[in-house]
Design a protein around this ligand. Structure first.
Ligand code: NAD
Ligand code: UFG
Length: 337
């Protein structure tokens, strides 16, 4: 199949492009490079031994999208492009709604006009808010999001569902990612955050490499076994493979489907630190800090639906996630710079 990948030079997108090329799909990537580097294209091509087309294009640019879609008859779109910094979204909500929501509406109109009505969307466990049940199944009601980024995902799920309801030619797969970490086992691709990392694993790896003095642990008084927040970390390569399975579902005209992509196992912040130390051999100094606004105690998935219906199951455990995050960071202390 020929797949349009938006945001395909970003962290999850680039790992997914590797998996798509590895099994013989043709890939067309668009990315506005707001949070990625052009050299990722060369690295992906080097790792896979295959070429793909890349356009520096913004999903809000209808003319640009039309040019790409005129040049390539694509069968499906995997839509990663979006802004994702939770704190920034609180400070600049309109930037997030414009980029993520207006951008996606624009993309859907362009796809529809070119008769591509198949889309896989990067959603997030954040749509569950403070979840009503643990582990979280897809039946769990969506909740109150604590920031505009989260709302943009929740609203986009609604927009995509409404689009499919109005026109049954659409096939829409909403993938709710839990916490992606890890990197390509080659150590040549990984997460490369700008500035001070917001997320746990990139912060830990930057402490390990000596860029930051110590990790701040945001709260140790949650109702969890050791008091620190519990999350469902998932290896980015497993996550990428989930998109391949979603593509199989799309090619069988699945209609509208929603899947959690997680491992089903939660780890606390301190357990992640311990596993990272074991995998890397590097000690991570940390300090207990106040809770971070908007955080919840526990979030982990019930991934049974994806296993049953897509035949997808995460293969890597926390040790491999830590090992590969460290492999990437230690081989590339300054990321893609
Ligand atoms: P990322 O920032 O590494 O990748 C997103 C890519 O989209 C970047 O390359 C960026 O340059 C591009 N982009 C952003 N806005 C664009 C626009 N208007 N037009 C074209 N390109 C644009 O992020 P990621 O971690 O790879 O996340 C991919 C998707 O998955 C995002 O939609 C994100 O919200 C979602 N998601 C991520 C996580 C996570 O923890 N990483 C969790 C749940 C969901
Ligand atoms: N944490 C720390 N110190 C840090 C960073 C994080 O203690 O420096 C803790 C948090 O308090 C939380 C856990 O580590 O308990 C994980 O935090 P992350 O920021 O890595 O991840 P979140 O679960 O808060 O959120 C992430 C993404 C969201 C996404 C969500 C679910 O940032 O965008 O996963 O997919 F919606």
């Amino acid at each position: 199949m020929k797949i349009l990948v938006t945001g395909g030079l970003g962290y999850i997108g680039s790992h997914t492009v590797v998996e798509l090329l590895n099994i013989g799909h043709e890939v067309v990537v668009i990315d506005n490079l707001s949070n990625s580097k052009p050299k990722v294209k060369d690295i992906v091509e080097d790792i896979t031994g295959r070429k793909f087309d890349f356009y520096e294009c913004d999903i809000r640019d209808r003319e640009g999208l039309d040019k790409v879609l005129d040049a390539h008859k694509v069968d499906c779109c995997i839509h990663f492009a979006g802004l994702k910094a939770v704190g920034e979204s609180v400070r600049e909500p309109l930037k997030y709604y414009e980029n993520n929501i207006a951008g996606t509406v624009n993309l859907l109109k362009a796809l529809s006009a070119h008769n591509c009505k198949n889309i896989i969307f990067s959603s997030s466990a954040t749509v569950y808010g403070d979840p009503a049940e643990i582990p979280i199944t897809e039946e769990c009601p969506k909740g109150q999001c604590t920031n505009p980024y989260g709302w943009s995902k929740s609203m986009l799920e609604q927009i995509l569902s409404d689009t499919r309801n109005a026109d049954k030619e659409w096939n829409v797969v909403l993938l709710r990612y839990f916490n992606p970490i890890g990197a390509h086992p080659s150590g040549r691709m990984g997460e490369d955050p700008n500035g001070i990392p917001n997320n746990l694993m990139p912060y830990i790896t930057q402490v390990a490499i000596g860029k930051r003095e110590k990790l701040g642990v945001f709260g140790n008084d949650y109702d969890t076994p050791d008091g620190t927040g519990v999350r469902d970390y998932i290896h980015v390569v497993d996550l990428a493979k989930g998109h391949i399975k979603a593509l199989d579902a799309i090619s069988k005209n699945c209609g509208l489907e929603v899947y959690n992509l997680g491992t089903g196992r939660g780890y606390s912040v301190l357990e992640v630190v311990q596993n990272f130390e074991k995998a890397s051999g590097v000690k991570i100094p940390y300090e207990i800090m106040p809770r971070r606004a908007g955080d919840i105690a526990t979030c982990y998935s019930d991934p049974a639906k994806a296993e049953e219906k897509l035949g997808w199951k995460a293969e890597f455990g926390i040790f491999e996630m830590c090992r590969d995050s460290w492999n990437w960071q230690s081989k590339n202390p300054n990321g893609y710079e």
